[in-house]
Ligand binder design. Sequence first.
Ligand code: HEM
Length: 460
Amino acid sequence: MPEMPTLSGLPVLGCLPELGRDRLGLLLRAYREGGDMVRVPLPRRRLYVATSPAIANAVLRQEAASFMKFFALARLSRPVLGDGLVTSEGALHRRQRKLIAPGLTRREVGRYADAMARHSEETQRRWSAGETLDVHAEMTRLTLGIASETMFGTSAEEHARAAGDAIHAATSYIAHGVGALVHLPLSWPLPRHVRMRRAVATLDEIVFDIIRERRADPSPHDDILGMLLAAQDEDDGATMSDAQVRDEVMTLFVAGHETTANALTWALYLLARNPEAAERLADEARSVLGGRPPTLGDLPALPYALQVFKETMRLYPPAYMVGREATAPVSVEGWAIPDKATLLLSIYGMHRRPDLFPDPERFDPERFTPEREQALPRGAYLPFADGPRVCIGNHFALMEGQIVLAHLAQHVRLRSRAGEVVPPQPRVTLRPSRAVSLEVERRRAGREGGDAAAATRSGG
Ligand code: HEM
């Protein structure tokens, strides 16, 4: 077997400080200095970073059975997510995946297109000309609205505020824990822990309340909760317990809304910095939709909107790395990985490999025309990972991105006043490190986007 390259680091601490301070820099350095696979020196831990389509395929697909989810993240998320799809393993995970996947196929998620379009319409209507938006806050509000409605229908409306605050508190706890060096038990009475426990109690109360209401009301509900309650194992006819439904609801909610909010925020940021792409997107949307919100049937005619969303997730993949722990000694692509070692697939680094994506820092949605996307080697583009644990919400997320971007583009142009650069911040997901502030310019109704925009600019 070849000798594994080791990344340079400090004596004793190795790359630990860098992992905390500049994780994205470390991922890029791992590929630049070590290539496909490199060992990252750390105290008391075996850590490898892989930046290669073939290794990603091996870890996520062929050898998936020799790996489990990255333990630290799973443990930190467990109080909120319980034994939902993100945190469960083995037989439970397989059974739950089989129950839930049929409700989230490309075909099935089509029923949520109207809710996505309606929330996009409400969002753009709220924005007035000249206003400066906190884009991340706006996109979080939008994706929360879409997640609540598609998950619970109208059952959650009265709880939206309390649930939003509790989810925020819970995700901050997990994000803090992922960056921390030591993990104290949640039962210890630190303020952060108390907030977390309160948030979990609030979420439990809301979700169990809604489940109880639903169980008492036999009329069918066309939302994700309805799908979970009705899901039945095709072999033994078993359904989920309330506790399992609670875990899956929480999981889909948490896994789905922040990732999508980040991707949409980065898309609007990139469009503001790339006016040509923004105009092309607006032209496409206006010629197909003429101002009205998109429907499911419009999506095939809006390919550029989808390309913009995909190219955004190449540059800013919300899940910028995917962690696995070996459950036995395993060989991947000729590299020996010992039992219990942690392997990070560097999605961020992969998406910036110049041999896979020439001129990688350039935002170029043309990379994702169907022909060019198909020509990429499998494993080169992994915003949703791959294999038996591929993101179960990927069709949902892609449709949401396409609808939101197309609809917003036909009504507004968002501009960055100072051309400000916002670096990404790698937490649980890849977020903007500070506010993305963009100014709203309204486009006039109709198709003459360029003229209308010029008039708005000169007329104030
Ligand atoms: C742009 C948006 C999204 C991105 C980038 C994203 C990314 C990912 C990635 C990379 C994974 C695999 C993680 C791993 O294997 O370690 C994953 C898993 C998952 N995602 Fe997403 N996701 C997005 C949206 C969604 C949405 C909208 C939902 C729910 C409707 C969702 C639900 C899940 C669930 C339940 C899993 C765990 C699946 C399993 O392990 O079987 N995600 N996501």
